[in-house]
Design a protein around this ligand. Structure first.
Ligand code: NDP
Ligand code: 2IT
Length: 449
């Protein structure tokens, strides 16, 4: 790890390593937060005394279970699923479910840990949690996805609830999966408990703008970072990694605000379209036809498909990593900076390695970490819960306006907190400390919990 920790924090970190052996992504997420908490321990020694950090690093509850199901050939498949209920000081556990073959406990714990601070930053009443499975949805039929979701929910239903734990989507989990999961929950419990899930379909309890929220929110965050530097997105060249839910709506909002998005990607390669990405085509290929991004050049022959390509080598003003963890390393950060990039905001969770973050910060570019920049998704989930609780349904315009207001507030909070703690312009410091303090104050008020 790049930064050396204060002595007390190093001891806490060593304990986390020891108790959670082999969970490298979780170690990375914890280290990044501990790096910034030194000045907090000086200003609020009572939190150190009452071991708030050690308590936050230990999940309240971790559930691991078997998910057996039958594929279309009748063959039995066995997957493993997780729900890590990390912290409920501010509200019910809240966070997505990820279906991806790389999922293991260390991934779910890093995501759940990040979620605590992110959710605190939104200012909404939501705790932190995350779940998922090592199930690989690629190439599976709708029926297989349904049977898998039903089997998973046959165990998960007993752990979740509107006031307990409220899952949503993440990688590999979108509206289709949430439909199957919610349907099975409703059937088992005999309750139409809308608030138990977010990301639901618009005509059965979902919220307008939830689909768009993470990508839109990330771009609203960029807009605020640039405003703070007397600049704007108008006329800027952008690259966006990924071509899933977050990437698609980040591209959409960046274009609406006058930027030119010239590249996006998937895990196989990169599309470079100097005329500007044809977003309707990407949406159709990914959301409707569920095809690989390489199919883009079948209809846009002037565009280039770079198999195995590195999107961060493409010169741009603004880079938005919106695919997955550790997708942007020190070398990539160096290329971006050398090619004149002025702003990076993370639509994905922990996409930049510690070496990459250090390079962005040394170069003085505007760098928005995921727990601040992608908080618009979960914030809009909380707006969905609010609508469900009051049996109300807001318009797209109203919901988007609330989302933008929340992102402006998160930016301001991170910006001001960074200044207060002696690190002006450092949004990592601002996000970690502002998020931590909100959780710490709530935990401290509730005694030894
Ligand atoms: P999707 O499943 O819709 O899309 C994921 C995209 O990232 C795909 O293009 C996928 O390519 C690519 N990708 C996934 N895993 C890998 C990998 N291991 N290597 C390379 N590329 C990969 O997921 P989302 O758009 O919802 O999520 C993207 C990121 O945003 C994640 O980090 C997620 O945690 C984060 N996030 C999501 C929120 C949400 O509301 N959905 C909210 C906040 C953060 P391929 O198809 O080839 O796998
Ligand atoms: O990482 C995230 O914030 C999400 N996947 C969204 C979580 C949610 O509960 O909406």
């Amino acid at each position: 790890m790049s930064v050396i920790l204060d002595e007390k924090l190093e001891l806490i970190y060593q304990d986390v390593l020891h108790r959670n052996a082999g969970e490298t992504e979780f170690h990375q997420a914890v280290h990044e937060v501990l790096e910034t908490l030194g000045p907090v321990m000086v200003k609020y020694p009572e939190y150190a005394e009452r071991k708030i950090i050690q308590r936050i690093c230990e999940p309240e509850r971790q559930i691991i279970f078997r998910v057996p199901w039958q594929d279309d050939k009748g063959e039995i498949q066995i997957n493993r699923a997780f729900r890590v209920e990390f912290n409920s000081a501010l509200g019910p556990y809240k966070g997505g479910m990820r279906f991806h073959p790389s999922v293991y406990l260390g991934i779910i714990k890093f995501l759940g840990f990040e979620q605590i601070f992110k959710n605190a930053l939104t200012g909404m009443p939501i705790g932190g949690g995350k779940g998922g499975s090592d199930f690989d949805p690629k190439g599976r039929s709708d029926d297989e996805i349904m049977r898998f979701c039903q089997s998973l929910m046959t165990e998960l239903f007993r752990h979740i609830g509107e006031y307990t734990d409220v899952p949503a989507g993440d990688i590999g989990v979108g509206a289709r999966e949430i439909g199957y999961l919610f349907g099975q929950y409703k059937r088992i419990t005999n309750r139409y408990e809308s608030g138990v899930f977010t990301g639901k379909g618009i005509n059965w309890g979902g919220s307008c703008a939830r689909t768009e929220a993470t990508g839109y929110g990330t771009v609203f965050f960029v807009q605020e970072m640039l405003k703070a530097r007397n600049d704007s997105l108008d006329g800027k060249t952008c690259v966006v990694s990924g071509s899933g839910n977050v990437a698609i709506y980040a591209i959409d909002k960046a274009m609406q605000l006058g930027a030119k998005v010239i590249a996006c990607s998937d895990s196989n390669g990169v599309i470079l379209d100097e005329q500007g990405i044809d977003l309707n085509l990407v949406k159709r290929l990914k959301e409707v036809e569920r095809r690989r991004l390489s199919a883009y050049t079948e209809e846009r022959s002037h565009a280039k498909y770079l198999p195995g390509g590195n999107i961060w080598q493409i010169p741009c003003d603004v880079a938005l990593p919106c695919a997955t963890q550790n997708e942007l390393n020190g070398k990539d950060a160096k290329s971006l900076v050398e090619n004149g990039c002025i702003a990076v905001a993370e639509g994905a969770n922990m996409p930049t390695t510690p070496e990459g973050i250090a390079i962005f910060q040394q170069a003085g570019i505007a760098y928005g970490p995921g727990k601040a920049a992608n908080a618009g998704g979960v914030a809009t989930s909380a707006l969905e819960m609010q609508q469900n609780a009051s049996r109300d349904f807001w318009t797209f315009e109203h919901t988007e306006a609330r989302l933008q207001e929340i992102m402006v507030n998160i930016h301001r909070n991170c910006f001001e907190t960074a200044e207060e703690f002696g690190a002006p312009g450092n949004y990592v410091v601002g996000a970690n400390i502002a998020g931590f303090l909100r959780v710490a104050r709530a935990m401290d008020a509730m005694g030894v919990i």
